[in-house]
Design a protein around this ligand. Structure first.
Ligand SMILES: C[S@@+](CC[C@H](N)C(=O)[O-])C[C@H]1O[C@@H](n2cnc3c(N)ncnc32)[C@H](O)[C@@H]1O
Length: 259
């Protein structure tokens, strides 16, 4: 359950993106104000919940794939709340640092992880690479001389077009050991025939979409693993293939690259 009103600086009266996201994922770490906001969004964009769930499902498949390769530590940038099947739940035994810039998400996260010694929540802006990598959370829990799963799932739409997303990834890459992997999903504007992002952009301020070629640039210096950059539901699916109709509604691609 979520913390009580007022505890740890958690705001009960304003919707919080991470809690709205949790509600759309079917989680229980949200308040009435978040549920109302989620319902308002969903009324205007009916496929929103399906998109959020497909995104989290890709994250879990990618994390399980990496643990199968022996990756035992993860840095999850733009994590949201550490629940509803997030990284440490998908990778039992792995060490995980979650990073989110929303103070409310970080406050909730710390409370939720109080009894999980192998996972920490860091309140930071992922664009502050030195601040993230030099934080006590990362230095205490992760060993950067060993492979790391660098998770950047559903977060690039918050990085502006002139903020050099590939340069940002490069700075993280330069700090990682060989055998590390980059996990990305990103909303694309040149897939999903006829899909209109404008409606979403009215809901989500500064929602930035990518061209597929721009997503590929994020993997510079990494070797893409099979099946490459594909629709996120088609990256190593563990259930029946999604319908073409659902694929068309979710113009989001995903990939995993090995350093
Ligand atoms: C759409 S959610 C994705 C959550 C999770 N990664 C997933 O895919 O299921 C995006 C999260 O990224 C966080 N975020 C956005 N920009 C960020 C930044 N510059 N630094 C850190 N976190 C950021 C938001 O607060 C939000 O919780």
């Amino acid at each position: 359950m979520v913390a009580e009103r007022g505890e740890h600086g958690i705001d009960f009266d304003e919707p919080c993106v991470a809690r709205v996201y949790d509600y759309l994922l079917g989680g229980s770490h949200n308040f009435a104000v978040d549920r109302a906001a989620a319902e308002r969004f969903s009324a205007r964009v009916p496929d929103l919940a399906a998109g959020v769930r497909a995104n989290r499902s890709f994250l879990r498949r990618a994390v399980r794939y990496l643990t199968g390769l022996g990756v035992r530590q993860f840095l999850d940038l733009g994590s949201g709340l550490p629940t509803a099947g997030n990284v440490h739940e998908a990778a039992p035994g792995a060490r995980v640092v979650y990073v989110d810039h929303e103070p409310v998400a970080a406050a909730h996260g710390r409370t939720m992880l109080a009894d999980v010694p192998r996972a920490r929540m860091l309140a930071a802006d992922l664009r502050d690479v030195d601040g993230v990598l030099g934080s006590p959370e990362v230095r205490d829990l992760l060993d950067l001389s060993e492979p790391v799963g660098l998770v950047m799932v559903g977060v690039f739409h918050n990085i502006g077009p002139d903020e050099d997303a590939p340069g940002l990834v490069r700075k993280y890459r330069e700090a990682l050991a060989p055998g590390s992997h980059l996990v990305v999903s990103a909303a694309t504007r040149d897939s999903g025939d006829g899909f209109d992002w404008a409606e979403r952009q009215t809901l989500l301020v500064d929602f930035h979409t990518f061209r597929r070629a721009e997503v590929a640039e994020l993997f510079d210096g990494f070797e893409l693993v099979d099946p490459g950059i594909v629709h996120l539901t088609r990256w190593r699916p563990d259930m029946a293939q999604p319908s073409d109709e659902l694929v068309a509604k979710l113009p989001t691609v995903a990939g995993v690259g090995r350093l």
